[in-house]
Structure formats: C-alpha cells, structure tokens
Design a protein around this ligand. Structure first.
Ligand code: F6P
Length: 323
C-alpha cells in the first residue's frame, strides 16, 4: 500500500484530532503517503484531498473539533454520491480510507467497503451509541463538560431553591444523561430508553422538596419522549405541586466543543494507530473500538445491524442514590 486517506464525519467529538494525528503519523511510519479529506464524505465526493505530513498534525492533540472539518452528507447516502466518491479516490490513487465517526459515518464506511474500496472505521461519537465499542472518542470529555455544568447549576439552584431541567445531547441514546446524572448527583433523570411519565416525575420532584433538598436537578436526554422544554411546558400548570420554582437549561453543542481530556486523547491515539495497523495487515471492513478494556475490531456488517444498549439497571441505582 502506498497511499491512504483519513476523514472525520458526522458530529465532531473531542479527540478526533488526536485520532487524525495517530493515523497520519503511524501511516507515514509504514512508509505510506497520507491524505486528509476535508469535510467528511462531502469532501470525498468533491475530491477535496490534502496531503498530510508529520508536521501538519503538530499541536492538534489538545484541540477539540476536527482540523479536517466534518459534515453530514446527504449525497453520500445515495449510490450516485458514493460512486462519485469512489471515482475521486481512484483518481487520486488512494488505496484505503480511515473513517473517524459514529453510526451514520460507519454505515457510509460499510457501504464504501462493500463497493470494493478498503475502509477501516474508528469509533467516535459523544453519544456512545455505537455497537463495537464500549466507549467512543469524545464521550469522556463531553461527560465532564455536562458534569461541570450540573455542578454549577446546583450552586445557583440551591441559592434559589429551584429545580432545573437540564437537557443533554445524545440523539436517541441516554448515555450522557444517565452517566452525568449519576456522577453529578442529580435528583432525577429522563432517558429515551425508558418511557417518561411526567406525573411520576412531578412526584419525584415533590418528594425531593419534602425531603428538605435545596434544589432538584433533573437531567433530560434530548431524545426522550418528553424533552426538557416539553416537560417544562407540562409542569407549568403544576408548578405549585413541585414545591420548587423551575428553570430549563439546554447544554446543546457546548458539550461537543471541549478540549479533549487525557482519556479521549489516549483512546483516540490508540484507535487511530490500530486502524493503520489493520490496514497494514490487509484488513478492512471493520470498526476499531474499545471493548472490555481492549482495543478491538468488529466487522462493519455487525456494527451497522446492531445497537449499543445502555445499561438501564443504572437507572435504578440513580434513583436510590438520589434519595
Ligand atoms: O451525534 C452527535 C450529536 O451531537 C447528537 O448528540 C446530536 O443529536 C446531534 O449530534 C446534533 O447534530 P448537529 O450538530 O448536526 O446539530
């Protein structure tokens, strides 16, 4: 192999740059030329490739986001879009590709690999919902950002004896919400994996008030059947019942924009290095992830047809700990 490319796709995640750096520097160490693809699959279709040298990835390990840029490409979901991408890859003489991203990105990687172009995936999404990796690049940093926000909200909530509905990201996964709720000592948590009963939630808040708590923090995952604003709307008419006054905070993209912590830098570095190793061995059509403490590979066919399940038993633990 002489020439490979690397791209980042979907929502950016802290640590993506560390993964790019690892792919570039280990790839060069194998004696290959490494190209970066700008703006994910959109750049692949446009043939937007830039040569990457060791120095071009200097000083990026500590940066959040992605120096290559990312995108959600509708065109790449079509067969025509993928064929155009393939033409551009062949035109540039690129022989293999590393795709850093989450579910949508790995589906694209699988589709391209199925078309005969060797692709290796690297597990990266703050949602932690990717089959084939217990933990993905960006999760730990996003979790710490959510946690810092919860700690701060608790301070002001206590000063005013308020309840806060705090919305976390995660698309259809409650991972960030549940883990930040446990680590942040929240009074309640609402996740997509479990149907929300707003009445029961109102009772939980009331009980926290009657226990003499100075605040109630309710972490709400964005994909839950009642999102934070919808719950606030519902509670408007019942606010007397809650005991606490109520406010809403949406953390949103703030969770994605942090500097990667040590865990994400190391995880991304190890996954990136393993991805080039797999390519050096002629392996492709797999996702490089982290399972049960080890760096692993899982066939893309399995990755795209399964869902990473959340351990909802932790929800019961969160309830006990909130008392
Ligand atoms: O997949 C990562 C994620 O941040 C999700 O948690 C969220 O639902 C989505 O991306 C937001 O997408 P966008 O950045 O395109 O608004």
């Amino acid at each position: 192999m002489k020439r490979i490319a690397v791209l980042t796709s979907g929502g950016d995640a802290p640590g993506m740059n560390a993964a790019i750096r690892a792919v570039v520097r280990t790839g060069i160490d194998y004696g290959w030329e490494v190209f970066g693809v700008r703006h994910g699959y959109a750049g692949l279709i446009a043939g937007d490739f830039i040569p990457m040298g060791r120095r071009s990835v200097g000083g990026i390990i500590q940066q959040g986001g992605t120096i290559l840029g990312s995108a959600r490409s509708e065109e790449f979901r079509t067969e025509e879009g993928r064929s155009r991408a393939l033409r551009e890859l062949n035109r540039a003489g690129i022989e293999a590709l590393a795709v850093i991203g989450g579910n949508g990105s790995q589906s694209g990687a699988y589709a391209l690999d199925q078309m005969g172009f060797p692709v290796v995936g690297i597990a990266s999404t703050i949602d932690n919902d990717l089959y084939g990796s217990d933990i993905t690049i960006g999760v730990d940093t996003a979790l710490n950002i959510a946690l810092e926000a919860l700690d701060r909200l608790k301070v002001t909530a206590s000063s005013h004896q308020r309840a806060f509905l705090v919305e976390t990201m995660g698309r259809n996964s409650g991972y960030l919400a549940l883990m930040s709720a446990i680590a942040g000592g929240a009074e309640a948590v609402v996740i997509p994996e479990v149907e929300t009963d707003p009445e029961a939630l109102a009772n939980e808040i009331r009980i926290a008030y009657e226990r003499g708590k100075a605040h109630a923090i309710i972490v709400v995952a964005e994909g839950a059947n009642y999102e934070a604003e919808a719950l606030a709307q519902y509670f408007k008419e019942h606010v007397q019942r809650l005991g606490f006054d109520l406010r809403v905070t949406t953390l949103g993209h703030v969770q994605r924009g942090g500097m990667p912590g040590a865990f994400d830098r190391l995880l991304a570095t190890r996954l990136g290095a393993r991805a080039t190793y797999e390519l050096s061995q002629g392996h492709h059509g797999v996702l490089v992830g982290h399972c049960r403490g080890e760096i692993t590979t899982t066939p893309h066919a399995e990755v795209v047809s399964n869902r990473q399940m959340l351990d909802t038993e932790l929800l019961a633990l969160a309830k006990v700990l909130a008392k």
